[in-house]
Design a protein around this ligand. Structure first.
Ligand SMILES: Nc1ncnc2c1ncn2[C@@H]1O[C@H](COP(=O)(O)OP(=O)(O)OP(=O)(O)O)[C@@H](O)[C@H]1O
Length: 341
């Protein structure tokens, strides 16, 4: 469906996109993630035709899009700078793209009603946009983007302005809706929870390049680098030298799974793999801050040597702040990361 071949965009002497290759298959939901300034919006704008490439190609269904304007690319855009028309009602907003395509009035009305049903706002045609909640406005914007049946739907921070609980609910609804409609989606978000819940595949960007592509599970289980691991919120990352099934680190020797790459690397220890026990066994630590996270408690540990460690404790098994403990590590939760980009 969508192919980027060595896509490059420069602003001055800085590459906002640097030889990016990417494939999005029919019916696939791909989310682009990355820190601020990593090139996510530039990628979206390039595919939309709002940004000229300085190198490489954008192909849609095998056709080079060079010189094809935005409105001829057959895309649905739900961008932050494409807000709803505040003085038109919901129906007129949703019908906008259909009118542009010269769809007749009767067909417009039928399609608008169908889309409002789909996004969970049945019968909302005559409501004023200004009187809708943030979540409802987001659904109207989505219905408007979907109305002309785009071959590719592009979303820029689709749920950005909504509060967390609404986002979590909508993201599940969106995934189900796209699955039902068979919509191909390319979305950009800086919220990894949102990306992981929505996407079939995620693309993690760093400084204009792709740092990792994979299913949410693959990326979560096997971050490709220390950068990706840290971006996902894992802080227990240290330099290490692996020999056999042991890694030599600033925390001392840490066991790693059989078959791990050998030699100099970065090592990720997931918080669930940090086992807290009696002070006489393992790495001596003092318990620091404890943060309640709903299903568990995140505990910061100050080791006698090496950087701070985060441990995941059950609600009942959390040690007291200031307590002296001993830490051992679980090999299955230790991931050897290639020491590259
Ligand atoms: N029109 C422009 N002129 C000059 N530099 C630009 C322009 N647009 C983007 N950039 C630069 O290109 C880089 C990538 O920007 P981009 O907006 O694509 O990042 P992003 O990942 O979407 O960030 P954010 O999450 O903050 O929106 C940044 O360094 C940015 O400053």
């Amino acid at each position: 469906m969508l192919t980027l071949e060595s896509a490059t965009v420069r602003f001055g002497d800085r590459a906002a996109l640097d030889r990016v290759d990417l494939e999005v298959a029919d019916h696939e939901i791909v989310c682009v993630l990355g820190p601020s300034g990593s090139g996510k919006s530039t990628l979206l704008r390039l595919v939309a035709g709002l940004q000229e490439p300085d190198g490489g190609r954008v192909l849609l269904d095998g056709t080079d899009q060079d010189g094809i304007p935005v409105h001829r690319r057959g895309l649905g855009l739900m961008f932050q700078d494409h807000q709803l028309f505040p003085h038109r009602d919901v129906g007129a907003n949703v019908a906008f793209g259909l009118r542009m395509h010269g769809v007749g009035r009767g067909e417009q009305d039928r399609r608008v009603a169908e889309l409002l049903d789909l996004v969970g706002l049945p019968g909302a045609e005559r409501r004023a946009v200004a009187a809708l909640s943030g979540g409802e406005q987001q659904r109207v914007a989505l219905a408007r983007a979907l109305a002309p049946s785009p071959r590719l739907l592009m979303l820029d921070e689709p749920l950005g302005q909504l509060d967390r609980s609404l986002r979590e609910r909508l993201v599940v609804e969106l995934r189900a809706l796209f699955g039902r409609l068979g919509t191909t989606v390319l979305a950009v978000t800086h919220d990894q929870g949102e990306a992981f819940a929505l996407a079939d595949r995620v693309v993690v960007m760093r400084e204009g390049r792709v740092a990792q592509v994979g299913t949410p599970l693959e990326v979560w289980q096997r971050p490709a680098s220390a950068f990706v691991a840290r971006f996902l919120g894992f802080d227990n990352v240290v330099e290490a030298t692996v020999e056999g099934e042991a890694a030599d680190t600033a925390w001392g020797e840490v066991p790693v799974p059989a078959g791990s790459p050998q030699g100099a690397c970065d090592l990720l220890v997931r918080p669930a793999g940090v086992r807290i026990g009696a002070p006489e066994k393992g790495l001596r630590c003092v318990v620091g801050a404890r943060t309640f996270r709903g299903s568990h408690v995140a505990v910061t540990l100050h080791p006698e040597h090496g950087p701070l460690l985060e441990a995941e404790c059950s609600l009942r098994g959390t040690p007291e702040e200031g307590e002296r403990v001993g830490v051992t590590f679980d090999a299955p939760e230790c991931v050897v990361l290639p020491a590259v980009f």
